[in-house]
Write a protein that binds this ligand. Structure first.
Ligand SMILES: Cc1cc2nc3c(=O)[nH]c(=O)nc-3n(C[C@H](O)[C@H](O)[C@H](O)COP(=O)(O)O)c2cc1C
Length: 234
């Protein structure tokens, strides 16, 4: 099929704009067939050299969730002390994970050895395996939204500890830890925006026509990490 109907096109955009990071879940379980569909959507993401570097660890066990939640709680505490007083209070008010509330957790991992020795297109950009894995996450997130299922990404975690709890092999990287379930609600805007933490940037300032406009220098912006890694002379 080449063209989609107007309704189908609208549904794609509506799903994109209505997707939210969800941290409050209703308890009811997710039907297996719905979970299979959203994981299959993830598996149809683009990947460098069609390497499909992802795996999905599906967690329903309350004991495992509690172990992961304990890691998150320590990571959140550690992040909190880095903020100055006023910001720390606002940070403390945020709900930053729904690990134990969500009926299902999914850990999406990246296996950098998948497809080796010749992963087409990865020789000069090593991290494209991780980028590919993130695209799988986004597919899952959007498919879930279309199904009325909420997803929340928890990055307040220590990957080596998550690896240990879930028995992930040492060469495989945990990339995304996702809380999945029916949400109390899908907020209209990012929760961080509602809470006054940060606003959406103006798209106009982010689009550069033909060349980058408004060049600025900053020590941390001199060279992207990918360039440093793949260009030994840089
Ligand atoms: C890589 C990544 C990591 C994130 N980690 C967390 C997290 O640890 N805790 C949290 O509450 N939200 C987390 N989020 C959600 C973001 O805060 C959220 O996507 C952003 O505020 C925009 O809101 P929206 O997803 O509802 O549009 C994460 C999102 C991404 C993409």
């Amino acid at each position: 099929m080449v063209a989609f109907s107007d309704d189908e096109i609208r549904a794609v955009y509506e799903t994109i704009y209505a997707r939210r990071d969800v941290r409050r879940f209703r308890g009811e379980p997710i039907p297996d067939d719905a979970l299979e569909r959203i994981v299959d959507a993830a598996h149809h993401a683009p990947s460098v050299g069609f390497s499909q570097p992802w795996d999905f660890v599906v967690i329903r066990d309350e004991g495992t969730k509690a172990e992961i939640a304990a890691i998150a709680s320590r990571a959140i505490e550690a992040a909190s002390v880095a903020y100055e007083e006023s910001r720390r209070e606002a940070f403390g008010r945020l709900k930053l994970e729904g690990i134990e509330d969500a009926p299902v957790n999914v850990c999406v991992t990246c296996d950098p050895t998948r497809g080796e020795p010749h992963v087409l297109g990865r020789s000069s950009m090593r991290r494209t395996d991780v980028y590919s894995t993130c695209l799988a996450v986004q597919n899952l997130w959007l498919a879930a939204r279309a199904e009325g299922i909420g997803v929340g990404w928890v990055s307040f975690l220590y990957p080596s500890e998550v690896r240990e709890v879930l028995g992930i092999p040492p060469h495989v990287k945990p990339i995304a830890y996702l809380c999945v379930g029916y949400p109390e609600t899908f907020p209209d805007e990012p929760i961080l925006q509602t809470e006054g933490w940060r606003d959406r940037l103006d798209l106009e300032e982010l689009v550069h026509l033909e060349r980058w406009a408004g060049a600025e220098t900053h020590p941390r912006k001199e060279l992207g990490v990918d360039e440093r890694e793949s260009n030994p002379s840089a």
